[in-house]
Design a protein around this ligand. Structure first.
Ligand code: ATP
Length: 377
């Protein structure tokens, strides 16, 4: 285990136009911390990981792993990957096809000449940790996807590296296996903490696994913190959108009435004192309701008239896509995820084409200024 320190890391790629993949990134990772990098495609997650591993050479900045300076642009330090004590687990399991599970797991010990570990049963011990001890004599082709990924995990951990890097290791698994391996990985880290950087673009993986999560945009970290903090208190609209607050209502107070997306919002309190009369509310689809009539709004709720564009059945919930009921509302979609049954277990029905009221309690949303920064209202 090791403390990791990244300072002002810059990595560009030549090309037309040139790309700044990692933009003066600062990041401190504590011993035993499981740090998740989350962000959309192209925001620089994998490049950050590859710079840590020594697979990309940054233009400037520095990286320290424990007490070892592995990269420093000013001092001309750049240790090759084999000189950095790092384990890696990739999206494609990248197991050696001609080697048994035992040999695959033992590979990092052999290549680093860790003979003591090899002879003291470390391979078997690590295989047991990921529940693979019965598979040791099989070839990768004789394993399921989930088993292969567990072997890859064992291979990443076996040498007790200073740092383990994960690049979307679960994304090739089907949904059920992904949940299972994710739970196993979480349990493993709880039992035997190791320092990790885990790259994903899956919000639920980041929330479940991260000691902290960092949201990236254009090569920089926009917000970093414990998953609950990032999820509940996004610093800006980008983070809010990325953590599931997909409904965006730009609200404006004009002549004593609130408007959003060209329609009136009723039931919302006037702005208090000198507070802002123009802002954006972000709402989770799970935090809005659909009611037939404005008279059905609960105390404190606000509502906006919508047209139901589509309804998808999702088992325990219905996904209802609506648009605000004004003429040019084509691209102003809002999403309501409502339980399939109400508390009396009566089935809920919503019809495509219906005119309804999208109801929400403003305190369930997050409010942002018109530049997208979080407001404390
Ligand atoms: P994804 O989730 O799609 O894997 P990412 O967040 O991991 O995306 P990176 O792969 O780090 O993003 O890429 C960051 C930026 O750098 C992108 O604009 C990408 O096009 C660019 N890039 C990455 N590798 C190279 C390369 N070898 N040559 C040129 N540009 C590259």
């Amino acid at each position: 285990m090791s403390h990791v320190s990244i300072r002002q890391l810059l990595k560009n790629f030549d090309g037309k136009p040139p790309t700044v993949a990692v933009d003066h990134l600062d990041l401190e990772i504590e011993d035993g911390e499981f740090l998740v990098l989350l962000g959309p495609s192209g925001c620089g997650k994998t490049t950050t990981l590859r710079c840590l591993a020594g697979l990309e050479q940054p233009a400037s900045g520095s990286i320290t792993l424990g007490d070892q300076l592995v990269f420093d642009g000013d001092r001309g330090v750049n240790l090759t990957p084999d000189k950095r004590f790092i384990g890696m687990v990739f999206q494609s399991y990248a197991l050696w096809p001609h080697m048994t599970v035992r040999k695959n797991i033992a590979y990092p010990l052999k290549s680093r000449k860790l003979t003591d570990a090899l002879n003291s049963g470390r391979v078997e011990e690590t295989a047991a940790l990921v529940d693979c001890e019965r598979l040791l004599d099989r070839l990768p082709a004789e394993l399921s996807g989930g088993q292969q990924q567990r072997v890859a995990l064992a291979r990443g951990l076996v040498s007790h590296p200073d740092l383990v890097l994960f690049d979307e290791p679960l994304s090739n698994l089907d949904a059920r296996l992904r949940d299972q391996v994710r739970a196993e990985l979480h349990d493993l880290h709880q039992r035997k903490p190791f320092t990790a950087v885990f790259v994903t673009h899956d919000q639920s993986e980041a929330l479940a696994l991260g000691t902290r999560m960092a949201i990236m945009r254009a090569g920089q970290i926009v917000q970093i913190g414990p998953p609950r903090e990032v999820f509940e208190e996004p610093v800006d609209e980008y983070v809010a959108g990325f953590t599931g607050m997909s409904n965006r209502l730009p609200c404006e107070y004009v002549d004593g009435r609130w408007y959003a997306l060209g329609a009136e919002i009723f039931g919302m309190q006037p702005p208090a004192g000198a507070s802002v009369g123009s802002f954006v509310i972000r709402l989770r689809p799970e935090k809005v309701r659909l009611v037939a009539d404005a008279a059905d709004l609960r105390h404190g709720e606000a509502g906006i008239a919508v047209h139901v564009d589509d309804v998808e059945y999702g088992g325990l919930h219905l996904d209802v896509m609506c648009s605000v009921a004004v003429e040019d509302s084509a691209r102003r979609q809002l999403h309501a995820r409502i339980p399939t049954h109400d508390s009396s277990r009566a089935p809920r029905t919503v019809s495509r084409g219906a005119a309804m009221i999208l109801a929400f309690d403003p305190i369930d949303g997050r409010t942002f200024d018109t530049d997208g920064r979080a407001l404390a209202l």
